[in-house]
Ligand binder design. Structure first.
Ligand SMILES: Nc1ncnc2c1ncn2[C@@H]1O[C@H](COP(=O)(O)OP(=O)(O)O)[C@@H](O)[C@H]1O
Ligand SMILES: [Mg+2]
Length: 368
């Protein structure tokens, strides 16, 4: 992966250097030729006129012609320059299009519905390609349809890796991850990615309107639906205050949102999918405790009957889940409902005690 990236960067750099070399050459040569031809014309033409080989009229005519030729010559130079530039860009696009994705559609995969689908993970061990240690070990987990699973764990404990396998960002070993009874590889990539809404911690927002950012997965979404998702994500008020409301542009030439606002905009984008499976990967980490509670309450109501996975480092975000698993170094070290976990000695109760204490000052005591 690193090597492939390195090679690609080298290639782009070489192309750019070649482009700059050629275009600077042209930019220098064309005006130089123009000036040179003028000097030659005036010098030699002047000489011939003095010698009466040509008339003064011929001389003036000649210099005018030369003058007229300079501009078109320059244009030709510009066109060649632009062509070189375009060729370099085209090569770059070609390179990108030629990249083979690591995950490919399995033969015989078909579109399957995730409605009412159970998710079942058995003895899952997973290591990233080229990684020395596995990121997930001995994971067994069942999520009944319509239920909410909470995942708690320190940074690097494998939470993101686990849910990314459900999207087939990487392929789990055959038979370890099953959905609705079928191996996950028997689902087309499209059916997984269309029916699972994944909300990352820091989703990418494009330099376009807020409306288009939220409607990213469903371009033709009507404004009321967008507003509803924004309300659920508790970002409606902030957007309504902006000069052009939902038509306000974000990014370089637009407004800049705070981390928490960006996160909630990303959440609205995920909620608009109204997918059979929603995964919130630490996606309320940058919002305050009161707003977090409002979001979680809203989602519990809106997601009744649909499967939801909430990853968080704050217990308050997932304490209502039907089951909570605590992960540490790629393993599930504790599992149960909030009350059961509190009664056990372990990471959960420890974290809870720390967070209760800090909660009063609305701090975030856990390591991120
Ligand atoms: N793309 C990757 N390639 C190699 N190792 C990775 C990659 N992504 C994560 N890891 C490793 O896998 C482990 C689990 O990471 P992650 O699932 O992101 O943890 P969490 O989401 O709980 O913070 C970490 O040790 C991390 O360094
Ligand atoms: Mg993560």
């Amino acid at each position: 992966m690193n090597r492939r990236f390195g090679e690609a960067v080298d290639r782009i750099r070489d192309n750019q250097l070649r482009l700059v070399r050629v275009s600077s050459l042209f930019q220098a040569i064309i005006p130089f030729l123009g000036a040179l031809s003028m000097i030659v014309t005036i010098a030699y033409g002047g000489y011939l006129t003095i010698r009466h080989t040509i008339t003064l009229g011929n001389f003036v005519e000649l210099t005018l012609y030369i003058r007229m030729m300079v501009a078109p010559l320059q244009s030709i130079g510009n066109v060649i320059n632009t062509m070189q530039r375009s060729r370099a860009s085209l090569e770059r696009i070609g390179d990108l299009m030629a990249v083979e994705p690591d995950i490919r559609e399995t033969e015989g995969a078909r579109h399957r519905s995730l409605d009412e689908a159970s998710i079942s993970i058995r003895g899952l061990r997973f290591a990233y390609p080229d990684a020395e240690r596995p990121s997930l070990r001995d994971i067994s987990l069942d999520i009944a349809p319509g239920r909410t699973l909470g995942i708690l764990g320190k940074t690097g404990s494998g939470k993101t890796t686990l849910v990314k396998l459900l999207l087939r960002a990487y392929d789990p070993p055959a038979g370890t991850v099953r959905i609705a009874g079928a191996d996950i590889r028997d689902f087309t990539l499209e059916s997984l990615r269309a029916q699972i809404a994944y909300v990352p911690q820091d989703g990418f927002l494009f330099s376009t309107t807020i409306r288009d950012n939220i409607a990213f997965y469903k371009r033709d979404t009507e404004l009321p639906t967008i507003e509803k998702a924004a309300r659920q994500a508790q970002i409606y008020g902030s957007i309504a205050e902006l000069p052009e409301s939902f038509d306000t542009r974000l990014g370089e030439r637009g407004v800049t949102l705070s981390g928490g606002q960006r996160q909630r905009t990303g959440l609205a984008r995920g909620l608009i999918k109204d997918a059979p499976v929603l995964i919130m990967d630490d996606s309320v980490s940058a919002v305050d405790a009161v707003t977090e509670k409002r979001i979680i309450d809203g989602i519990r109501k809106a997601r009744k009957g649909k499967t939801t996975i909430i990853i968080a480092h704050r217990i308050s975000a997932l304490k209502h889940a039907d089951e909570i698993v605590v992960m540490d170094e790629g393993r599930i070290v504790q599992r149960g409902k909030h009350g059961e976990l509190l009664a056990q000695e372990g990471l959960y109760a420890t974290l809870y005690a720390i967070q209760q204490e800090g909660g009063r000052e609305d701090a975030e005591p856990t390591a991120r």
